[in-house]
Design a protein around this ligand. Structure first.
Ligand code: PLP
Length: 419
């Protein structure tokens, strides 16, 4: 192995000399052992598919991308303006690690107003994305020997985060027969004396399922009874269809509140994926632990982005109505089209911007299905195996109607060709 300093091109291997000038030295004796913690991780399949599709597009191929985990709308202008103003006014320095007081207060107000949850600003931690918030929560609450119950299909980062915390993911499989919802009985059965945390994600990525308030309460009741913490990932809270209602598990009683850490973020409902801003609300001791973790790892989320987030929460929300109407139109179209393809079936999603069709009748598992679909028809979808469900694939309808039409026609052609 060789380490290259100031040498170009910066690629070489042991025993080779670098062309031209260089200050490079061979270090064949170096042992770049990767920690078992890092080595245990699976790379993100969603990102892999996305980059393959982008590469094909860059080569001029006519690829239809159904892999996006982000809205295809721009961040509302007033949010951008607030961040630009902050930058221009020199709001460019460190902030408190857990976020600026103004934003933590605005988040506490949001929880009170929209969810009926009474949090003090000291219980709110702002982080560098909802993903970071989830990781902080798991790191602050779980350790070796602990089990974390995750219903599958799951958002693909949860099990990897649990492994990073040296704890053990316990996957409870669900299917389209139950709209991908875990039942209280299945949850109860999975709980052992080692269970520390239950991960609840409604509305769900990747299935778009939304638990009813009654279903959420029943799951919360089991956790309260058994003394299990709940990480409730509510990042898709505002993206609901067909009259579905979101109710936070923390809101049913003081006991539910005590057992719950709510995770949320600005990525989905305000289309701020690149801003990297998420937050959680937790019982005080857990919030303190997360504050400590964050103060020694990332420090504060980006200062001026936080000012944009204040505007996101305090400013007008009319963009949502327009986005939801558009998403809803696409959802109905895609759901009908998928169900009209012989060999596919799809339960209708009530939230988020994903559909999760069943491909088991095609005779292919999700990875060969998606690889061949991309290769032959140039449609990028994410294999369900990435989410712990190999008989499905994830279609994101965060793309234009024209793209949906074209991509779904190609899927129909592809499935037809499987005979
Ligand atoms: N939770 C779920 C269920 C998600 O789907 C995502 C993003 O795709 C996140 C959390 C994290 O979002 P971000 O880190 O972009 O705020």
């Amino acid at each position: 192995m060789a380490i290259h300093l100031l040498c170009a091109p910066p690629v070489s291997s042991a025993g080779m000399t670098c062309a031209g000038r260089s200050v490079c030295y061979s270090s064949t004796a170096m042992n770049y052992r990767i920690s078992s913690r890092a080595a245990s991780l699976s790379p993100s399949l969603t990102l892999a598919i996305d980059s393959k599709a982008k590469q094909m597009k860059a080569e001029g191929q006519d690829v239809v991308g159904f892999g996006a985990g982000e809205p295809d709308f721009d961040t509302p202008q007033h949010i951008k303006d607030a961040a630009i103003k902050a930058l221009n006014e020199g709001f460019t320095k460190y902030t408190p690690a857990s976020g600026i007081p103004e934003l933590r207060q605005a988040i506490a107000d949001k929880f009170k107003r929209e969810n009926g949850l009474a949090y003090k600003p000291s219980q709110i931690i702002v982080s560098c994305g909802g993903k970071h918030s989830c990781f902080n929560v798991i790191l602050a609450t779980c350790q070796e020997g602990d089990e974390v119950i995750i219903p599958a299909p799951y958002w693909l980062s949860y099990p990897e985060m649990v492994k990073l915390a040296s704890a053990t993911p316990v996957i409870v499989q669900t299917t389209d027969q139950t709209e991908f919802k875990i039942t209280p009985a299945a949850l109860r059965k999975a709980i052992t004396p080692r269970t520390r945390l239950f991960v609840l994600n409604s509305p769900s990525n990747p299935t778009g399922s939304v638990y009813t308030p009654e279903e959420i309460k029943a799951l919360g009741d089991v956790c309260v009874e058994k003394g299990v913490l709940i990480m409730s990932d509510e990042i898709y809270e505002h993206l609901l269809y067909d009259g579905a209602v979101h109710k936070s598990v923390a809101s049913f009683s003081p006991a539910h509140l005590e057992h719950t850490i709510v995770v949320h973020g600005f990525a989905k409902a305000w289309s701020m994926t690149g801003w990297r801003l998420g937050f959680c609300a937790a019982p005080e001791p857990i919030a303190k632990a997360i504050d400590a973790i964050q103060s020694h790892s990332t420090s504060n989320p980006t200062s001026f982005a936080q000012k944009g987030a204040v505007a996101a929460l305090k400013g007008p929300q009319d963009h949502l109505k327009t986005w939801l109407a558009e998403f809803d139109k696409r959802r109905s179209f895609a759901w009908q089209k998928l169900n009209a393809i012989p060999g596919l079936s799809c339960v209708n999603a009530k939230g988020a911007f994903y559909l999760f069709p069943n491909i088991s009748k095609t005779g292919l598992k999700s990875t060969p299905f998606c690889a061949r679909l991309l290769e032959t028809e140039k449609v990028a979808a994410v294999p369900g195996v990435a989410f712990g469900a190999d008989d499905y694939l994830r279609i994101s309808y965060a793309t234009s109607m024209a793209n949906l039409q074209k991509g779904l026609e190609r899927i129909e052609k592809f499935v037809g060709s499987l005979g």
